[in-house]
Design a protein around this ligand. Structure first.
Ligand SMILES: C[S@@+](CC[C@H](N)C(=O)[O-])C[C@H]1O[C@@H](n2cnc3c(N)ncnc32)[C@H](O)[C@@H]1O
Length: 208
């Protein structure tokens, strides 16, 4: 699987210092953009977007082993030198490993909604997560959010109102790799579009 796949258990002790894109890609031009996708699933967004924007390095983070292996193998088959996959809990990776001001975009698409109230703490987007995303983003960096789920969207809206000092909210612009009429073009978007579900989206731009 290597060099496409990295495992959480191979990450260095966080006490030894935080990580940036070089850990995954080796020596690189420091100004080269680095974007992460949380919950990449089968890697459809990454395979499209990394091919469309070769000037950017992408890290997909996925904690379901089957999807991680599938996505990493897909990046290998497409020979995408600007993508790596990490098998880890993305919330833990961002909080404990990722260094400040290293990441130009955080992509979070069709995140698991965890609809039961007692499971809301499992949702990726939390107040603390927003403060961590703010920390790891570069100046003008973006958090990009898309969901089909009405209750998860309400959750997003209520959290975002509480961090207006950290982020400016803007409309979501489809990425260059999205097909005509798509919001972002992930696997779940395509599946849910066939079911006629409406989508919600926003971009949060880091305020300094
Ligand atoms: C509903 S799927 C969406 C997949 C893809 N983003 C799409 O739109 O097609 C959500 C994915 O996020 C992964 N996931 C959820 N929470 C995660 C976390 N904290 N860290 C890493 N992966 C996570 C799940 O395993 C699942 O593959």
């Amino acid at each position: 699987m290597r060099p496409w796949g990295f495992l959480a258990r191979d990450l260095p002790d966080p006490a030894a210092g935080r990580l940036n894109a070089e850990f995954f890609f080796g020596p690189r031009e420091p100004k080269r953009p680095f974007e992460i996708e949380i919950g990449s699933g089968k890697g459809t967004f990454l395979v499209q977007e990394a091919a469309a924007r070769r000037e950017v390095d992408f890290l997909g983070i996925e904690y379901a082993g089957e999807f991680f292996r599938y996505a990493a193998d897909r990046m290998r088959r497409h020979n995408l030198s600007n993508v790596r996959m990490l098998y880890a809990n993305a919330s833990e990776f961002v909080t404990h490993w990722l260094d400040d001001a290293t990441t130009s975009v955080v992509h979070l698409y069709f995140s698991d909604p965890w609809p039961k109230a007692r499971h809301h703490k499992r949702r990726v987007l939390q107040l603390e997560a927003l403060s961590q995303f703010h920390r790891v983003l570069t100046v003008g960096g973006e958090l990009r959010l898309v969901t089909d789920h009405p209750q998860l969207w309400e959750w997003y809206e209520s959290l975002v109102m509480r961090v207006s000092d950290l982020f400016e909210r803007l409309p979501f612009e489809p990425p260059s790799s999205a097909a005509q009429g798509e919001v972002v073009g992930t696997n779940f978007e395509r599946k849910y579009r066939q079911e006629g579900r409406p989508f919600h989206s926003m971009t949060l731009v880091k305020k300094t």
